[in-house]
Write a protein that binds this ligand. Structure first.
Ligand code: ARG
Ligand code: ZN
Length: 471
């Protein structure tokens, strides 16, 4: 800013002053991006546009090594900045020059470039690293899941720290090239399209590309022995699925569910608009965890999802997230209702389609099955707090709130909102407040009271408030 104030005659003097002046005004980037639920997650001072991960993984020993190259732009004059990461770093280069680095906090890698970085300039950060992810933890936990034949990184909100350095928050979305070499006979699965594979010296390299903005927690890696299937949906969406060869009794049900991905993507497009990505699909590794995750374009499913036979409902849930969560990502983790309330609501629409109960019936059932003193009603879906971020209330009460909105604004406006939202915020971020404003704009109704009652009160809405929900 001082440069604009300098008179032409002072130019020579200003050149002498330029370096110390800009160094003095640059400061460290914040160690967190500013999310009140998770103050240390993400970082301040820069924005990443692309991650290039070139890795090698040995399943036998859980050794991961390689290089991450990040393309970023500074958003302030930076003397130093952080990445979120847990593995062992051997070298960091910033714009080609070696940078010094240190660890701090639970998962901060502090990088000090040789020279301060001026605001608004492109920066290339190269991080060389190695480590055994299963030996690393932060806050006393690990989300790196080893399997008998490999490992899986798929969790929410923490997954990246164990395998690549990042600005770990959904606010900073980027495109990805993930290239992983694994021993011949083993596969590496990630997001997007498989550009190519190559084999040499006993190692096969899988090159995956995800070419639309993607949140860090939606970037996934699975290594193991997989059977990979490919196809194209009737609507023209390429589909790539992968199944562990070790799914045992769950194998049939897993395939009977996940092989319907193309059909379900097309069906959901009828409600949410065109599928936003260049590939769809899911993978089922031989993990023992119980959840599924909407990892972008390539959904993670636990085999447990299929322990009772086919489960198209979970596939619908995770595919709905491709629009609600992945294409339009939350601004802060408190906005989780936009992800889970709508993914659950999509399951209700599917139930209706399948003749297994209408959305209205399921909403009434949720309302009726939790008495007023049930702890269920103590979790505000619109701001559940970090400990209850994935509480069942965020899903079920969250979807009940969606039904209340539908009844308030009517089907025409409701379905226009459902389809218009992903278009309005395509590949971006939005909050619950943004959603309310959008629904008000489309419906022409004031919705503050409705949102307050259904999303921001820790108590069961009164029957009078639930009048639109038939009881
Ligand atoms: N977003 C996931 C879902 O599809 C929930 C993941 C919860 N995370 C976990 N580690 N259990 O509902
Ligand atoms: Zn979900």
């Amino acid at each position: 800013m001082h440069r604009r104030l300098i008179a032409p005659g002072a130019l020579a003097a200003s050149l002498l002053l330029a370096i110390p002046a800009s160094a003095a005004s640059s400061s460290p980037g914040a160690p967190g991006i500013g999310d009140p639920y998770y103050p240390a997650y993400g970082n301040g001072g820069y924005d990443v546009s692309h991650y290039d991960l070139r890795l090698t993984y040995q399943p036998r020993t859980d050794e991961l090594e390689g290089t991450a190259t990040l393309l970023a732009t500074t958003t302030q004059d930076l003397s130093r900045f952080d990445l979120d990461f847990l593995l062992d770093v051997s070298e960091v280069r910033v714009n080609g020059a070696k940078a010094s680095f240190a660890t701090s906090g639970q998962h901060e890698l502090e990088i000090t470039p040789a020279k301060p970085l001026p605001k608004g300039t492109p920066v290339t950060v190269v991080v060389r690293y190695s480590g055994v992810p299963s030996t690393k933890s932060a806050y006393g936990f690990s989300t790196w899941h080893r399997t008998p034949d490999g490992a899986v990184a798929a969790d929410e909100p923490e997954a990246a720290w164990w395998w690549y350095p990042s600005n770990d928050h959904p606010l900073d979305k980027a495109t990805y090239d993930v290239s992983v070499a694994v021993p011949d006979g083993t596969q590496a699965i990630s997001n997007g399209t498989l550009q190519s594979t190559s084999s040499r010296l006993g190692w096969t390299r899988y090159n995956w590309r995800s070419n639309k903005p993607q949140a860090t927690y939606l970037t996934t890696l699975a290594v193991g022995k997989f059977d990979i299937t490919t196809g194209t949906s009737e609507g023209g969406v390429p589909v790539v699925n992968a199944y562990s060869k070790d799914l045992g009794d769950n194998d049939g049900a897993a395939r009977a569910s996940v092989e319907r991905t193309g059909e379900l993507v097309d069906w959901l497009s009828g409600y949410f608009g065109p599928y936003p990505f260049s590939s769809a699909g899911g993978y089922v590794p031989n993990t023992t965890t119980g959840y599924a995750l909407e990892t972008q374009t390539r959904v993670y499913y636990s085999p447990k999802q299929f322990a009772n036979g086919s489960n198209t409902s979970v596939v619908v849930h995770e595919l709905a997230h491709q629009w609600y969560g992945d294409d339009v990502s939350l601004k802060g983790w408190k906005d989780i209702w936009i992800n889970e309330g709508f993914a659950r609501y999509a399951q209700w629409l599917w139930s209706e389609h399948e003749g297994e109960g209408t959305a209205q019936e399921l909403a009434d059932y949720v309302y009726a099955s939790h008495p007023a003193d049930d702890a269920f009603w103590a979790v505000e879906p619109g701001d559940p707090g970090p400990d209850d971020q994935f509480d069942i209330a965020v899903y079920d009460w969250g979807a009940l709130a969606v039904q209340a909105l539908r009844n308030e604004i009517g089907d025409d406006a409701f379905f226009a909102v459902l389809k218009g939202w992903p278009k309005k915020h395509a590949y971006g971020n939005a909050s619950v407040d943004d959603f309310r404003k959008y629904a008000e704009q489309v419906s022409g109704k004031q919705l503050a009271a409705l949102f307050d009652t259904w999303l921001f009160q820790p108590s069961k809405p009164a029957v009078s408030a639930a009048r639109g929900v038939s009881l």
